[in-house]
Write a protein of this length. Structure first.
Ligand code: DAH
Length: 367
């Protein structure tokens, strides 16, 4: 019975309880038990380190269902002549506990406040600037290119990066023995499935779906098995352009590219066309701009020629029109394709293409 009562009170108080005295089936707390409670309280108070520990102890002893009020509940069960004396002792214990805890809570809250003071920071120190994200330089270049061509009435379209030989070569009039078809120049996934090596594929996909007039640019990623170095990457970005309508001439191509070059590189940049060859355009040209780094005087970037190539272009070859069932007698068009990394490098004087892909904040934060 005594053991039962002990474990009940231990459960209630969350503390070890001294022995009980049982008479006439009634449970009495002996004065020593009050003293023991006092002793346990002193032990517990001595271990307090923080304000919240002190506050928890206050709830444990002085709370509505705390140790002291549980002790008080026993008074009515005591013989009448004992009640006053036990009551007094419990009250004395309660006063003592209240005073000791109040002192501790006072002291600990003062300490807490003064530790806040120590933490006060120096408002005169320069602040930390939050790092605000921005566009990757290549994304920015594509946005700038889109901007110029949108003003000229071009729509932005996209095509798949995984392509068939038909869209990457056949429909673009690239002969079956052309070296660019070998796996030295193209990534094959399996026979007839490849990673597109040029965005010219999108010309075919759009012309298959739409009738002229066509006026599109197609930005996107292309892949070539090139060894990575300062100028080459196995993956890079291109922007393809295509305009098809009745009566489109080489002058329109020149005028359009002239507008782009002046807007993107600046008014002082010169443009020149050099005859070239691409299977899908006839005539074809490579377009150079005066080297923006040395203003055409000659430097290592332009191989001391004063000019740098930025894109390939030409009038759409009638064989391409045939592949998409356009009437080559009725329609003419021009096309061009430029490397996004290349124009970005020329505009900002970047000498290594790998910088675009390394995610180095020291590089990226300069844009
Ligand atoms: N597709 C060519 C390349 O990747 C670039 C090109 C040249 C695109 C001439 C054209 C063009 O549309 O007419 O090298």
């Amino acid at each position: 019975m005594i053991e039962k009562a002990r474990s009940f009170i231990e459960c209630m108080y969350g503390m070890s309880v001294p022995a009980f005295f049982i008479t006439n089936r009634k449970l009495f707390i002996m004065p020593e038990e009050i003293q023991d409670t006092q002793k346990i309280f002193h032990d517990e108070v001595a271990r307090i380190k923080t304000l919240s520990e002190a506050e928890l102890l206050k709830v444990k002893y002085l709370g509505r269902t705390g140790v002291v009020s549980e002790l008080m509940k026993v008074i009515p069960k005591l013989p009448v002549d004992k009640r006053a004396s036990y009551g007094k002792q419990i009250n004395a214990l309660k006063d003592e506990i209240s005073k000791i805890l109040a002192d501790h809570i006072n002291r600990l809250s003062l300490e807490k406040k003064s530790s806040y003071k120590k933490e006060v920071f120096d408002v005169t120190l320069p602040g930390k600037l939050p790092c605000i994200g921005k566009k990757h330089p290549l994304t920015q270049t594509i946005a700038d290119i889109k901007d110029v061509f949108a003003r000229l009435g071009f729509e932005v379209v996209f095509g798949p990066e995984v392509e068939s030989e038909y869209y990457n070569f056949d429909a673009l009039n690239i002969p079956s023995d052309h070296p660019s078809r070998t796996d030295f120049d193209t990534f094959y996934i399996k026979e007839d499935v490849l990673l597109r090596s040029q965005t010219s594929t999108v010309q075919i996909r759009i012309m298959e779906k739409q009738k002229p007039p066509i006026r599109i640019i197609a930005p996107g990623i292309v892949y070539r098995p090139d060894t990575v170095d300062a100028r080459h990457s196995f993956m890079f970005h291109q922007v393809e352009g295509l305009l098809v309508d009745e009566g489109v001439s080489f002058a329109d191509l020149k005028g359009t590219l002239y507008q782009f070059i002046k807007s993107y590189f600046g008014e002082n940049v010169q443009m020149r066309f050099r005859p070239s060859f691409f299977p899908f355009t006839e005539p074809s040209a490579e377009v150079d701009i005066s080297c923006s780094l040395c203003s055409g005087k000659g430097c290592s970037v332009c191989s001391y020629s004063g000019w740098v190539e930025i894109l390939g272009a030409g009038m759409v070859d009638p064989n391409v029109f045939e592949a998409v069932h356009y009437d080559a007698e009725k329609y003419t068009g021009f096309a061009f394709g430029m490397g996004v990394e290349r124009v970005t490098m020329l505009k900002y004087g970047i000498d290594d293409i790998r910088l675009f892909y390394e995610n180095d904040m020291r590089f990226l934060s300069q844009f």
